[in-house]
Ligand binder design. Structure first.
Ligand code: ATP
Length: 256
């Protein structure tokens, strides 16, 4: 099997604090993987290591089959990242935002025009090319940000809370796009605090206090395995179990 992400014995310490504590998991290619956990559990720290911008304290990390440490150019060319904050230039038009990211990745003029048309169609922004990004609604901004993050045709997309603060209709539309892209061969790692979104993932994994709880499995499998009604129930159960096993104060609240 080919994997989008392979993490083995990964740790990150900030001083004596283990933000990520010896985690291991793998995600096959072309799947939507939901990486779930409460605030401060270690998701962003793991993501920063996957993107190659933060060095692990220990462990191995492979993206699309390549060691992140020794293949920084490969990771840059094949991984896309979109954060909750969207990274858009609010005073530039839709088209100029896409142009800006195309420039960063060195797309020539003809490749840029082709890719822009594809992404405007994917993001359902055709006809809005000249609109100023800052004037778009939350859902449109979100889809433009996804387009910008995918300008270089990444095989793996990491989306860190991409739907936070976006209305339910736009969230549903966004997930429709993600599913289509996954069906066409893009792999996704998504963090979310919305449990309905967790249930839309192909696979989910939980992190708490820097540790992975349970296995990476499909939501349906997990619900059967745990005999639970919803993912939120499983999550609360996991956290209770972990808290009983180890007394770890100072964790932020879960804000699903
Ligand atoms: N550079 C840093 N120096 C010290 N501690 C850090 C640093 N970065 C993160 N941490 C700590 O590591 C822990 C994990 O943080 P991280 O941002 O990975 O959590 P998260 O799961 O992404 O949370 P959220 O959902 O709020 O984004 C937190 O306790 C955080 O305060």
């Amino acid at each position: 099997m080919e994997y989008a992400i392979e993490v083995e014995g990964l740790s990150k310490h900030f001083g004596s604090y283990a933000a990520v504590d010896n985690i291991s998991f793998s995600v096959p290619k072309n799947k939507i993987f939901g990486f779930l956990g409460p605030n401060g559990s270690g998701k962003s720290t793991t993501i920063r290591m996957l993107c190659g911008v933060l060095l692990p304290t220990a462990g191995n990390l492979r993206v699309l089959g390549k060691d992140v440490k020794t293949n920084t150019d490969f990771v840059r060319q094949n991984l896309g990242y979109m954060s909750q904050k969207f990274s858009l230039y609010e005073d530039l038009s839709v088209e100029k935002n896409l142009d800006f990211y195309a420039g960063i990745y060195g797309l020539n003029k003809s490749a840029r025009e082709v890719r822009k048309r594809e992404l405007l169609s994917m993001a359902k922004l055709e006809g809005r090319e000249k609109q100023i990004a800052g004037h778009l609604s939350g859902g449109w901004k979100q889809r433009l940000a996804l387009g910008c993050a995918m300008i270089h045709r990444p095989q793996l997309m990491i989306l860190d809370e991409p739907t936070a603060g976006v209305d339910p209709i736009s969230r549903r539309e966004f997930w429709g796009i993600i599913r289509e892209l996954a069906d066409q061969g893009t792999s996704f790692l998504i963090t979310t605090h919305y449990m309905d979104e967790a249930e839309r993932c192909d696979l989910i994994g939980f992190i708490y206090n820097g540790k992975i709880i349970g296995d990476v499995v499909s939501p349906i499998h997990l619900l059967e395995q745990e005999r639970a009604k919803g993912i939120e129930d499983v999550f609360v159960r996991y956290v209770d179990r972990m808290n009983k096993e180890e007394s770890s104060p100072g964790i932020g609240g879960y804000n699903a």
